[in-house]
Design a protein around this ligand. Structure first.
Ligand SMILES: Cc1cc2nc3c(=O)[nH]c(=O)nc-3n(C[C@H](O)[C@H](O)[C@H](O)COP(=O)(O)OP(=O)(O)OC[C@H]3O[C@@H](n4cnc5c(N)ncnc54)[C@H](O)[C@@H]3O)c2cc1C
Length: 380
């Protein structure tokens, strides 16, 4: 194992840390209020190349490897979730299908604009009747000449409101299902028959631009099919698998921020004539939080390193996502406890971060689904 990273990645890491602490965190209240990432922040993100960190250099990205990208995701994980998800989708599930399975023409058409941040993207798989059970999707794509005609509805699609490109998983042959009956299409919102639906009110996730996506006889050029027709389930699963390491890293980043906030608060909050940090009960909570983060971080780095070495890493990626998302939940809970009533009050960010951390165990494959995937490997 070798977790060392090139000097230029370290420089970017320092720049990202500076950006998160100096520009994003001071604007979190604004993001919450306006329910969007301010244009000035988006511009800074473009200038830093954050939309293309993991996109190969020949398509205008920074082409940073899995480990370096995980470290950067950890830093971005400290930031408001709206910034974290934008970076995560652009470098992960929103572009991975193109990078790994797209034709050269498709890559040339979209990747440079995604990498520069001119275009943002979304990944549309979940439907009201199909969340964990991806095989149950009903959105259909029927080939008619040089086009596919899409009908159906996706929900909880992050960044759908702003996306200029949506990766859509649809059924092309009902009988074959996940074994040859699903396909991935790249859909642009100005294609006829595409529209946005309602946005669910959620406990967190302000600024994610998340809503339903509806296809009504939506005409998509056949040239926008990614990979072979019928291979869509495998394409979608590959995108999710790759994304798990970065997602785990983001969980670690958020948990680390909560730990630091809790330690600071414990040192300055006086009760019974001394800082609560002097009480062993508080120290033990901090120690458990730090230990959980350490274990999640090491699992994440190791999974990232294995993926970067092109070794089989699906089990490690699932383990990292499981451990880090569960750790973030526990750390967030302890952070609220250490802050007492102030952890429950909206004027402190801990309350919001606690709600933010809850989604980590649900999105991009629930904890139960990760356990199923891990158990399959164990029992193989
Ligand atoms: C904030 C947010 C953003 C999202 N963004 C996107 C997005 O951009 N694109 C997208 O396509 N989707 C997105 N989703 C949807 C997300 O991927 C799904 O919520 C997730 O896959 C779980 O599906 P579900 O919510 O339908 O839960 P269900 O699948 O209905 O699961 C409900 C419960 O049952 C458990 N369960 C299900 N099957 C099993 C089983 N076989 N064994 C044991 N337990 C099981 C689950 O683990 C869970 O605890 C987002 C969701 C959220 C909350």
């Amino acid at each position: 194992m070798d977790f060392s990273i090139p000097e230029e990645t370290q420089q970017l890491l320092r720049a990202v840390r500076h950006f998160v602490e100096g520009a994003v965190i001071p604007r979190e209240t604004q993001i919450e209020k306006e329910d969007r990432v301010p244009d000035s922040l988006l511009q800074q993100m473009r200038e830093m190349g954050l939309f293309g960190i993991a996109i190969p250099g020949r398509y205008g990205g920074l082409g940073i490897g899995t480990l370096g990208y995980a470290l950067i995701s950890e830093e971005i994980g400290r930031a408001h979730g709206a910034v974290r998800t934008l970076v995560g989708i652009s470098n992960g599930i929103g572009s991975k299908a193109l990078v790994a399975f797209g034709t050269e023409a498709q890559r040339q058409k979209y990747l440079p604009r995604l990498a520069s941040g001119e275009l943002t993207c979304a990944f549309a798989m979940s439907e009201p009747g199909a969340g964990s059970d991806v095989g149950a999707i009903t959105t259909r794509a029927v080939r008619e000449g040089d086009e596919y005609v899409l009908n159906g509805m996706k929900h909880f699609i992050t960044n759908a409101v702003h996306a200029g490109l949506v990766t859509v998983l649809a059924v092309t042959n009902r009988e074959l299902g996940t074994r040859g009956g699903m396909s991935v299409l790249m859909v642009e919102p100005d294609m006829p028959g595409f529209r946005l639906g309602r946005a669910h009110e959620t406990m967190g996730g302000r600024g994610y631009g998340r809503c339903e996506v509806i296809f009504e006889d939506c005409r998509v050029p056949a040239a926008n099919l990614i990979g072979d027709e019928g291979r869509g389930f495998q394409v979608a699963m590959a995108c999710l698998e790759e994304g798990r390491v970065a997602y785990a890293a983001a969980c670690v980043g958020l948990a680390q921020r909560l730990l630091e906030m809790s330690a600071d608060y414990a040192k300055q909050r006086i009760q019974f004539g001394r800082p609560i940090a002097e009480f062993q009960a508080i120290q033990f909570m901090l120690a458990d939080m730090a230990s959980l983060i350490y274990a999640a971080r090491m699992a994440t780095y190791h999974a990232a390193w294995k993926c970067e070495q092109k070794q089989e890493c699906s089990q490690e990626a699932s383990m990292a996502k499981l451990l880090a998302s569960e750790a973030a939940g526990k750390v967030a809970d302890s952070a609220v406890q250490i802050h007492g009533a102030m952890g429950y009050a909206k004027e402190y960010p801990v309350e919001r971060l606690y709600r933010e951390a809850r989604v980590f165990r649900i999105a991009e494959g629930t904890s139960e689904i990760q356990r199923i995937l891990i158990a399959k490997q164990v029992l193989k």
